[in-house]
Write a protein that binds this ligand. Sequence first.
Ligand code: NAD
Length: 296
Amino acid sequence: MANIAFIGLGNMGGPMAINLVKAGHQVCVFDLSEQAVAHVVEQGATTQSQASDCVKDAEFIITMLPAGKHVEAVLLSENGLINHIAKGALVIDSSTIDSATSINVGTVLLEQGINFIDAPVSGGVGGATAGTLSFMVGGNEADFSRAKPVLDVMGKNVFHAGDHGAGQVAKACNNMLLSVLMLATSEALQLGISNGLDPSVLSDIMSKSSGSNWTLDVYNPCPGVMENVPSSNDYQGGFMVDLMAKDLGLAMDTALKSHSSTPMGALARSLYAMHAANGNGAKDFSSAFNLFNQAK
Ligand code: NAD
């Protein structure tokens, strides 16, 4: 069993760390929130008053932080963990951040003899709790193979996307596609409703026709069509509009840097930014269904 330090115990990191504890790993956890730490310690993790004390004996250091600036501050700042992590240890950053920051963090750590992979996830809080996340890994083959048994505890699908930063690019592509599918599904359902169709009947028709996609079949945005999805719970829980807007910003940065044309992603970004600005930031991203409600 491995000695693991886990930094960042929010909605995602908390359940991910608990799954590592349940699998028998020695897990030392740290978060700025004492409440978040206490919850994971109750499940059998240990903690220290400073993150630096958690990481010094760790073979793996996993970070699950909000954004690139947090990852850089925690790892690379003057008092950062880079000064305390043992040479030869492997840092696994599962936060969703921009690929340029990820590449920079990996390069600086490697200069100090510390290995690094980016390993952002898909699957949300439900996947983090159930241990069924998808990991998209950027890094070299040796570090990927070394991390895989640890990632397998927290996820069902562990992919090697390419070199440093490639995991973050894969994540940006996936969430850009997801946002476009959600908006297009919402638009089609609202068109049917405006023309007198029952959304459940229309969903069934499109699910078994060429319009079938995950947002229609598994995560239907129209209230009442499916049970146990955010749309049937006033758009509570699930994946927040604010996080989707953030991820679309990362996708647009990625497109800009590679001179790629992403008109659908750009439109999705504008629509999600507008939806968030209208006070919907904390709702699930399927609430974009209401952007197309012509009866309002
Ligand atoms: P969150 O805000 O719930 O958790 C982040 C945690 O990091 C908080 O507990 C915070 O206290 C902690 N933190 C911040 N700065 C810190 C520091 N300097 N030292 C220690 N701890 C610190 O966020 P989340 O929903 O868990 O998401 C984490 C990452 O995963 C984000 O990058 C997000 O985009 C990504 N993600 C989230 C989801 C989701 O459904 N929530 C899905 C996939 C990916």
